[in-house]
Write a protein that binds this ligand. Structure first.
Ligand SMILES: Cc1ncc(C[n+]2csc(CCOP(=O)(O)OP(=O)(O)O)c2C)c(N)n1
Ligand SMILES: CC(=O)[C@@H](O)[C@H](O)COP(=O)(O)O
Ligand SMILES: [Mg+2]
Length: 622
């Protein structure tokens, strides 16, 4: 680590010569691998942008020049080069570095990301602000080919090409989203990659014409006049050019010297520029190059074998969902599965492989996916849009306007509901109950375990009267025999799991099992709780809640959503309607963004583990 040892800040990097920069890139790769194999994190994307990040910091002067990382999962090298090298071992851990750019971490993190395709809009905003204020600096956004497929990116390109403010968009094209990239743009980039260059084609063309005796020269002149149509066939990046960008590339994103040269050229262009850079996801680590999807976001692994250090016992909710939907789709021909670029994360790999004609990957385009589902449902199909809770936030208006208003039977299979752990603020699914619970026509349910998830998927596949939101958490489903019941799943009905005489606890989803553990502790302290698995947030079981309100002087709600607008708020409103005079305690997440860290640690910190719930209730009663 001879060179990396000397590099703590970009000022150190600026002093290095070409051969030292090349050594630095190898050393950074090794440093990344040593650290991320222990902590886990977004390895493959970072391995792919080592040279690009070095070149960006060599050419531009951050933080005066503004650098924006789209998604931000590939910003680890940027962190290493901007004074956070030694903290890399803490990345994504509670109180450690975030896995995404964070303004509170460094002045070099100019814009926070986590969700994709925001960087061009942000860059244009910054460029316009700079121009209005009469300042002089560069604005650079780095966006992947996957992220470029989203509507927001297109909206921003459309605007930026028109405004003509000076800004640089680096398109990092590794031919991959998390899985294989999809869509027309991806095919277009592929054509650019494989096309001969405009300059060479043009020369060849002119040489052929010139060689034709007598009329050749006239034909060259005619061709010159028709150059625009000629350009359409052969110029790389014409799509971007036509939108108003200067297109540079495609260039080898692992060649630091050519990157530096092209970025310097981009710097001199007075207007919006797109620099098309080709990289290899997972570059330099055999297992990540071979399997970029698996190493996109990885847990800790053995460097020599590429195998995960911890084998998870049990089955993940996502897998339960994917398997069950596949099983149902074999019988119910109207079922269609939709993903927005997350086939593996949502457990749909098997469905994709075995029923490709019923599987739709729209790319990173959640808004489009929701309205597409509405279109499918309007024609009698049964679409299941499997989507992470946090990314469905993108499709809010489409849920209201295109699905719920027309009462179309779309199922939102909302994965990663609740706290997701190490990704942090941008990824926790803690707002879904709140952003959905006020939408008319929408049914909202959450299973206590995988068995109930299967029942709910079956219920959803048969229900044709309107839309359903089915929310489940990240990770493994714990099934407790004591909680396994034969209670039929009836729309809007909860189930009583424990009948006690002192207090009532109403819980939902994953929190049912945790609340059950708290109940055992309460019982050991001579407090006999009733435990309700409410199952449906909407329609809420008003009869059951009224019955509880007549019997108990204390009613407690437990959820892994923010209390505002979630189960707590919904139960409180129901209790007000039934004139409840007793006390209510809402346990859930506070009105603030929750940071990153291991899920268990976050549950403890935010007092949602069974011990904390027990103590909170005990203290309240005392
Ligand atoms: C709105 C949104 N949807 C989905 C995701 C999940 N996601 C994170 S990275 C990624 C792939 C991005 O591909 P690309 O931009 O090409 O970057 P690469 O990982 O290839 O470097 C996806 C789908 C997200 N972060 N934001
Ligand atoms: C950066 C991003 O948005 C995804 O890579 C996300 O981190 C995946 O999360 P899971 O690990 O829960 O699939
Ligand atoms: Mg990519």
């Amino acid at each position: 680590m001879n060179v990396l040892e000397k590099v703590d800040y970009i000022s150190d990097l600026k002093k290095l010569n070409n051969s030292e920069l090349n050594i630095l890139s190898s050393e950074i790769r090794k440093y990344l691998l040593d650290n991320i194999s222990k902590t886990g994190g977004h390895l493959a994307s970072n391995l792919g942008v080592v040279e690009l990040t070095i070149a960006i910091h060599k050419v531009f002067n951050s933080p005066k020049d503004k650098i924006i990382w789209d998604v931000g999962h590939q910003s680890y090298i940027h962190k290493i080069l901007t004074g956070r090298k030694k903290q890399l071992s803490s990345i994504r851990q509670l109180d450690g570095l975030s896995g995404f750019p964070k303004r509170c971490e460094s002045s070099h993190d100019t814009f926070e990301t986590g969700h994709s395709s925001t960087s061009i809009s942000a860059a244009l905003g910054m460029a316009m602000a700079r121009d209005i204020k009469g300042e002089k600096h560069d604005i650079v956004s780095i966006i992947g080919d996957g992220s470029m497929t989203a509507g927001m990116a297109f909206e921003a390109l459309n605007h930026a090409g028109d405004i003509k403010s000076k800004m640089i968009v680096i398109l990092n094209d590794n031919e991959m989203s998390i899985s294989e990239n999809v869509g027309g743009l991806s095919k277009y980039l592929d054509r650019i990659r494989t096309a001969p260059t405009y300059g060479r084609m043009k020369d060849d063309f002119e040489n052929i014409l010139n060689s034709i005796p007598a009329i050749g020269k006239t034909m060259v002149r005619t061709a010159e006049k028709a150059k625009d149509s000629f350009k359409y066939f052969v110029v790389p990046g014409v799509l971007f050019e036509e939108l108003g960008f200067t297109y540079l590339g495609p260039i080898d994103g692992h060649n630091i010297q050519s990157l530096i040269k092209t970025l310097n050229r981009a710097k001199r262009v007075n207007g919006p520029v797109i620099v098309h850079v080709r990289t290899k996801k997972g570059k330099g680590y055999k297992y990540a190059e071979q399997n970029p999807d698996k190493f996109h976001g990885t847990s800790a692994f053995n460097l020599d074998t590429g195998k995960a250090l911890k084998k998870s016992k049990g089955i993940k909710y996502s897998q339960v969902f994917g398997d069950k939907l596949y099983e149902l789709a074999l019988k119910n021909k109207s079922i269609v599965a939709i993903t927005a670029a997350m086939p593996s994360g949502t457990g749909l790999e098997k469905f994709k492989e075995k029923l490709p004609q019923k599987f739709i990957d729209v790319g990173i385009a959640e808004q489009h996916a929701v309205t597409l589902a509405a279109g499918l449902a309007s024609q009698g199909l049964k679409p299941f849009f499997a989507v992470y809770s946090t990314f469905l936030q993108r499709g809010y208006d489409q849920i209201v306007h295109d699905v719920a208003l027309q009462n179309l039977p779309v199922v939102f299979a909302i994965d990663r509901g609740g706290l997701v752990g190490n990704d942090g603020e941008t990824h926790h699914g803690v707002f879904d109950f709140s952003y959905l619970s006020h939408i008319p026509n929408l049914i909202i349910m959450a299973p206590k375990d995988k068995l109930e998830l299967e029942k709910m998927i079956e219920f959803s596949s048969e229900y044709d009267k309107g839309p359903i939101a089915l929310r489940y958490p990240r990770g493994i489903s714990v099934v407790k025999n004591e909680l396994t019941t034969n209670n039929e799943l009836i729309l809007g009905k909860g189930e009583t799991l424990i009948e006690g005489k002192d207090i009532a606890i109403i819980s939902i989803g994953k929190m049912v099992e945790i609340s059950y553990e708290a109940c055992i502790k309460l019982n050991n302290n001579n407090i006999n709780p009733t435990l309700i698995n409410i199952r449906f947030l909407k329609p809420i079981d008003e009869n059951l809640i009224e019955r509880l309100s007549n019997k108990y002087k204390l009613i407690i709600t437990v959820e892994d959503n923010v209390i505002n607008g979630g189960l707590g708020t919904t139960v409180n409103q129901t209790l007000i309607k039934s004139n409840y005079r007793g006390k209510v305690l809402n346990i859930g997440l506070p009105d603030r963004f929750i940071e990153h860290g291991d899920t268990d640690k976050l549950f403890e910190k935010y007092k949602l583990d069974s011990n904390s719930i027990f103590e909170t209730i005990l203290n309240y009663i005392k």
